[in-house]
Design a protein around this ligand. Structure first.
Ligand code: ATP
Length: 237
């Protein structure tokens, strides 16, 4: 099996707190869409931070694209993350004073590799942003507007385009649909799946909304994956 991401014997505790995560093994295959569910406070966002090397594991190993993140310096981890992971955050984290298109181009300012991929495929970073935004249903008129002048659903699609530009191998989405109604959520996911497929990216999508799970290749429960505090989590299940 062609793994993109591998966790082995991962342990993590926030300073002064009991161990939050104890994950013996986890694999994400290249091109796969995975739904990871878990109740509030179960450690989903913390896990995503570990996968991208924002936090360091207390023990065990996180390997992305066969690189052991724990062995990289913090600067090298930041570069590696910028090159290989696209993020869609719950609150989208768009820069309000930039235009829609400038927001989408941002990752290519932090990653030469992603800028090079965008240029190879589309001729320029700007054309890559325009193409992605068009695929996600954002017209040329909207692309020039300030990001904060758009609706929540539109901002979510901008955040998706920003995560996808320059073809990162992994797209991580942290509850990006919680503000949307059910129909809009599903339409957004279908767009996201299509763009991930076109770019060959794997998608790790985290949410507590279990109704979305059947849309993904695979669905996992963090509570089942995680051996830490198993007795506490059993009460929630
Ligand atoms: N920066 C931090 N410093 C200390 N403790 C933290 C920090 N971030 C999270 N925690 C703790 O880790 C636990 C898990 O939090 P986390 O945000 O990972 O859960 P979650 O499953 O993403 O929750 P939600 O669905 O509500 O976003 C919580 O008890 C929280 O208080």
């Amino acid at each position: 099996m062609n793994s993109l991401l591998e966790l082995d014997g991962l342990g993590f505790a926030w300073p002064g707190q009991a161990e939050l995560l104890d994950i013996p093994e986890f694999r994400l295959v290249r091109g796969e869409t995975l739904f990871l569910r878990g109740p509030s406070g179960s450690g989903k966002t913390t896990l995503l931070g570990l996968l991208g090397g924002v936090q360091r594991a207390s023990r065990g190993r996180v390997r992305l694209l066969e690189e052991d993140l724990g062995r990289l310096s913090s600067g090298a981890r930041d570069r590696f993350r910028a090159n290989h992971i696209g993020y869609i955050f719950q609150q989208f984290n768009l820069l309000p004073f930039l235009s829609v298109r400038e927001n989408v181009e941002l990752p290519c300012r932090f990653s030469r590799l992603r800028a090079a991929h965008a240029c190879q495929r589309h001729g320029s970073v700007e054309k890559a942003a325009v193409t992605l935004l068009e695929h996600l249903g954002l017209s040329a008129e909207l692309q020039g507007r300030r990001a904060d002048s758009l609706s929540i659903g539109q901002q979510q699609r901008i955040a998706a385009a920003r995560a996808l530009i320059g073809q990162p191998e992994l797209v991580i989405a942290d509850e990006p649909t919680s503000a949307l109604d059910a129909d809009t959520r599903e339409a957004f996911l279908q767009l996201l799946f299509g763009e991930c497929r076109a770019a060959g990216a794997s998608l790790l999508f985290v949410s507590h909304d279990q109704s979305l799970a059947p849309l993904f290749d695979r669905s996992l429960s963090l509570v089942e994956l995680n051996r830490a505090h198993a007795e506490d989590h059993c009460n929630i299940l």
